[in-house]
Design a binder for this molecule. Structure first.
Ligand code: SF4
Ligand code: SF4
Length: 473
């Protein structure tokens, strides 16, 4: 039987001396954290699959409609013009992650990262189901290619590919909607070559990652894992081994031993193959499997749990963890301010859009009839139903005449329209440039927008002088 490589601090456990990959086979573990993680992972998986099915205001709850450059998030619709809001979303997510990391270390990695969720709660479970526990899997790995091994491997990898295909299709549905995805699936692949290519690429990438690459993604590639040490400090909650209590490790009657009986259970269950007793390591994804494994041993030995536990490095060394620290305060203040700013900006977001611009050509025309400006109004609705726009001029100066101006414009669902119109004011009423204010009301939704555009013209004096001259002639 293959021997486990002994974890050490000089090299990554899952990389052999010759550079080849050593695939750890973590042993099964039971315990409170394992159960909680399993339930949490299940909830996340359900959410991932269910979101494209849940309809809010006629759209999937989360729908990145790239083809129409519209993004639907839980009933809110964002157009390309609203893209600046992405700054708050990205900054908020980044700061949120910084905050959680500075407080709780790699909680995200072990509990919520999609990679961990799929690997631990889907792929490893399939593997466990087909090939048995860790010892059986290691034995199978070393066994010659018998009929039984071939069947097990074919079934396992077929299921791996099938699951990767499902994950990739669900992922695509976030961008094209379920109905379009269904249409794509019914038609020959080359009719929708781009979508087909994306699904195939994702399927292969997922299959590669979850069937072979596995923990190496977290150890070698993930940038979040790389910046951990910059985000944490000695008061950050991590998973650690209580050296003061556990050492010297060993078993037997000798009263000089600490609580660690050197049973290696914490090493056997670790998905990244490390020994947490060597101290905090970059490879630790905070999955808490070693906590449950050690607690079970301590329970069996009738010793207090928590030899391996969630604690800060300060706490593990017998000190008192400081939760309120400058970096935590800074992250909290930044998060709260960013959140408040986003709420404020979102409250001003409309389901319709309007813009009034001057038409190409001269800024204004002076004729016998008066001074004339030419405009165009651009309207857009994010609603999933026909939208009626009612437009009226507010505080119109005396004598203003609008032509080609529709007081009511109806747009199809999720569409936009442009209407040109003229504004003219007779010479004798013209008193100089002014702001043309439009009040735009949209139904349904009762959205109200106010738009202003400058009415340009020469000075009133010049107009009057030229009129007097003409009369004199
Ligand atoms: S599981 Fe606990 S007792 Fe066993 S080796 Fe690990 S730390 Fe020591
Ligand atoms: S050391 Fe413990 S918490 Fe860290 S990855 Fe291994 S089992 Fe999970």
């Amino acid at each position: 039987m293959a021997r486990l490589k002994k974890p050490n601090l000089d090299s990554v456990t899952t990389i052999n001396v010759d550079g080849s990959h050593f695939s750890p086979q973590p042993a099964d573990v039971k315990g409170r954290f394992t159960s909680m993680r399993r339930w949490f992972g299940l909830i996340l998986l359900v959410v991932y699959v269910a979101l494209p099915w849940i309809q809010i205001k006629g759209y999937p709850a989360l729908f990145f409609d790239l083809a129409h450059r519209r993004f639907h998030l839980f009933g809110l619709t964002f157009l390309a013009q609203d893209l600046w809001l992405a700054f708050f979303v990205i900054a908020g997510l980044g700061l949120g992650l910084f905050y959680v990391t500075s407080m709780f270390g790699r909680l995200w990695c072990g509990w919520a990262c999609p990679y961990t969720v799929f690997l631990e709660h889907v792929y490893r479970r399939i593997e466990r189901w087909i090939e048995g526990d860790a010892a059986a899997r290691r034995k199978l790995e070393q066994a010659p290619w018998t009929g039984d091994k071939v069947v097990k491997r074919v079934v396992k990898h077929s299921l791996f590919i099938l699951v990767a295909l499902i994950i990739a299709n669900v992922f695509l549905s976030y961008f094209v909607s379920l109905s379009s995805l269904y249409e794509y699936v019914k038609r020959p692949p080359l009719e929708n070559a781009k979508a087909f290519g994306v699904v195939m690429f994702l399927t292969l990438a997922l299959y590669f990652c979850f069937s072979w690459f596995r923990e190496q993604f977290c150890i070698i590639i993930c940038p979040y894992g790389r910046i951990q040490s910059a985000l944490t400090d000695d008061n950050t909650m991590v998973i650690g081994y209580d050296t003061r209590r556990g050492e010297p490790r060993g078993r037997g009657e000798d009263s000089g031993y600490g609580d660690c009986v050197n049973c290696q259970r914490c090493v056997q269950v670790c998905p990244t193959g490390i020994d947490i007793r060597n101290g905090l390591q970059m490879e630790c994804i905070g999955c808490a499997a070693c906590v449950d494994a050690c607690d079970a041993i301590m329970k069996r030995l009738d010793r207090p749990k928590g030899l391996v536990r969630y604690d800060s490095l300060v706490g593990l060394n017998g000190g008192r963890t400081r939760y309120l620290r400058p970096r935590v305060i800074v992250y909290t203040v930044a998060l709260v301010l960013g959140f408040l700013a986003m709420i404020y900006l979102l409250s001003g977001l409309h389901s319709v859009f309007a813009d009034v611009n001057r038409m190409k050509g001269q800024p204004y025309y002076v004729t016998e009839a008066g001074v004339r400006n030419q405009y165009q109004i651009r309207l857009m609705t994010k609603l999933n139903e026909p939208t009626t726009f009612r437009i009226q001029v507010v505080d119109a100066p005396d004598g203003l005449v609008l032509s080609g101006f529709d007081e009511e414009i109806i747009l199809e669902a999720q569409s936009e329209g442009v209407r040109p119109f003229l504004a003219m004011i007779p010479t004798d009423k013209y008193a100089g440039q002014f702001e043309l204010k439009l009040l735009i009301k949209a139904m349904p939704g009762n959205d109200e927008l106010t738009k202003s555009v400058k009415f340009l013209g020469p000075s009133a004096y010049v107009i009057r002088e030229s009129t007097v001259e003409k009369v004199a002639k």
